[in-house]
Design a protein around this ligand. Structure first.
Ligand code: ARG
Length: 591
């Protein structure tokens, strides 16, 4: 379905033309004074200069050219030269029926599909997922789903941190604890055990212990660095251990992401990019971009007009070690080869902004990608803080594990639903419902903020059933589901499917809001702003509740009118369902 603003703009442009003016002046926007009109066009104001004419004369002529068009119920010139428009009920009803007939709720598929890689999640193996990784997963998943819904070819890559010092630390700690394992015997030529010598629970204890030692004990630190270097150089036993660490870790990560309803097409990591480094570095040297500075190989990426200093991109340290930058650059080479992407979108904490600025500039400058063919984009998000305004911590002050956060919110929702429920839902089902609603609470609580902003994660507020929260949206959806069920039980013979022109203000508002779904999804995608879609569904549930409170559907005497109301509710539910799926959560059938 074409976007309403586009339809209106095209229509008004024709009227400008018919009146002898430039059609480009016919741009229509949603009214910024909804108390006065639904849509407006300010073209006559800009046309005034161009035509040396009073704007109201231009507007008047356009209004006359529009007169009688059944698309509108109001076409009005307001001095000094605004054109105010209201849509007619018949036009709105036609839009509703068109949306209703479309499984996509009227959202058009792009006519220029792109190939897009979304790099999100970014967990580090052997370290438990903590809340710092939550935002990347939640925002990235929504951006991926929205891009895909728009018709783009999208791959989501978890981009594991699987190549760093943490692996060397774990190897060193394991060697201290179990030196007899074959992985440490340089002469061992047999096959290593298929089974890992540790569980995820072991790893979770080993890693923090090793990391602490590495900070306190110089010898341990040196040994860890040595082990990392040997691993990277290909030492057989270390490679085998590393593989175990990844397998055990990834199995656990998958379980956790599944709970978040986040899934990746690719489970690639930093290690996968390593083979691309040597040739890339040689090329950068050969082309004269990379040069030695204090023993390190660097590429200058500062630009005139930089407000902060942008240091050169570090390609190889003086000991020859590849850096975080190097790996990201090589990953670009790899992705280009695998997907030839038009866009790569990265989601990390905004504190990594300078890193990505340097990587992107270096990639463009050295020709790893062509600026016009592939856009590299970083979405840097703000911090999720606790109620005290400081980064979220456990009561003991440690980093909070994602699992615990999920559990805490699920418990809060469960307690509320149990208190609210009339006792006709089994405890088991209540638990399941709480899981679904808790996920909505967490994701909506996050996504309803502009990504770049910090926000306060308040379990009580996020899990409240009233206000601008996930559970409130769920509650409204459950309400519609239950009305629909009640209705079909009471009136099984009523044929649904046709929506009539609205017969009251609240119904007009509801239709008007529904009709803007298409453009909202497009804007959400273009601006990479899931908060826009959150805002929309909050508004939609608000107008729905208003409408529903005003009209008694069950008692409506006019059968066609009644069927129209119910069909409209089905459409509201359908739109909400599409929207929350794009946001990455789902609604229960009852709560
Ligand atoms: N593993 C990194 C971290 O925990 C995030 C990786 C983000 N993606 C990337 N291509 N650099 O900070």
């Amino acid at each position: 379905m074409e976007k309403i603003v586009d339809l209106l703009s095209a229509r008004v442009a024709r009227a400008f033309e018919a009146a002898g003016y430039d059609p480009a002046l016919g741009q229509v926007t949603v009214s910024n004074r909804p108390d006065l009109c639904q849509y407006q066009c300010n073209g006559a104001m800009s046309g005034a200069k161009q035509y040396h004419k009073a704007p109201f004369l231009i507007a008047q002529a356009v209004v006359e050219a529009l007169a009688g068009d059944e698309m509108f119920s109001k076409i009005e010139m307001v001095k000094p030269g605004f054109i105010n428009l209201d849509l007619s009920g018949s036009f709105l009803a036609r839009c509703m029926n068109e949306m209703n007939a479309d499984p996509r709720g009227g959202v058009e598929v792009t006519d220029r599909p792109q190939s897009i890689v979304v790099d999100y999640g970014g967990p580090n193996v052997a370290k438990p997922l903590h809340v710092g990784h939550l935002r990347s997963a939640v925002i990235g998943e929504s951006i991926k789903r929205t891009a895909r819904f728009m018709g783009h070819r999208v791959v989501g890559d978890v981009h594991l941190g699987d190549w760093g010092l943490q692996i060397g630390q774990i190897i060193t700690e394991l060697r201290e604890r179990q030196p007899e394992l074959p992985y440490f015997d340089p002469d061992f030529a047999g096959e290593y055990p298929a089974e890992a010598p540790f569980t995820i629970a072991d790893l979770e204890e080993i890693y923090p212990c090793a990391s602490k030692k590495s900070k306190e004990d110089e010898a341990f630190k040196a040994a860890s660095q040595q082990a990392t270097a040997e691993l990277q150089a290909g030492r057989r036993g270390y490679r085998a251990l590393w593989k175990h660490i990844i397998d055990v870790s990834v199995a656990d990560l998958k379980r956790n992401y599944e709970k978040l309803d986040v899934s990746f097409d690719l489970w690639m990591g930093e290690s996968d990019a390593q083979p691309y480094i040597p040739a890339m570095v040689e090329q950068m040297k050969a082309d004269g971009y990379a040069y030695l500075s204090d023993g390190a190989l660097v590429v200058d990426v500062a630009e005139a007009g930089d407000k902060v200093e942008v240091p050169p991109c570090l390609i190889l340290k003086s000991d020859g070690a590849a850096q975080y930058e190097t790996t990201d650059l090589a990953t670009i080479v790899q992705r280009r080869q695998d997907f030839d992407p038009d866009r790569i979108i990265y989601l990390t904490d905004k504190r990594q902004e300078l890193h990505f600025t340097r990587v992107f500039r270096c990639a463009y400058k050295t020709g790893l990608v062509d600026r016009d063919k592939c856009s590299l984009e970083h979405i840097g998000f703000g911090t999720m803080n606790g109620k005290d305004g400081k980064p979220f911590k456990t009561r003991e002050g440690g980093v909070l594990r994602l699992e615990y956060l999920l559990r805490e919110v699920t418990d809060a929702v469960y307690e509320k639903s149990r208190a609210n429920s009339s006792g006709n839902i089994s405890d088991e089902e209540l638990r399941q419902i709480a899981e679904t609603v808790a996920l909505a609470a967490i994701k909506y609580g996050d996504l309803s903020n502009q990504p770049s902003k910090d926000y306060i994660f308040d379990v009580d507020r996020f899990s409240a059933f009233e206000g601008n929260t996930g559970p409130y949206i769920m509650y409204s959806m459950v309400r519609i589901k239950s009305i629909l069920k009640k209705f079909s039980a009471a009136f099984p013979e009523v044929a649904l499917g046709t929506i009539l022109p609205p017969d009251r203000k609240s119904e007009t508002d509801l239709m008007l809001t529904l009709s803007r779904f298409n453009e909202t999804v497009c804007q959400t995608y273009e601006q990479k702003a899931p908060n826009r879609l959150c805002h929309y569904i909050y508004e939609l549930t608000g107008v729905f509740n208003q409408f529903y409170n005003e009209c008694n559907i069950m008692k409506e005497a006019d059968a066609a009118r009644q069927a129209s109301y119910v069909t409209l509710l089905q459409l509201v539910l359908h739109v909400l369902e599409i929207a929350i799926d794009l946001l990455g959560f789902s609604a229960p059938d009852r709560m």
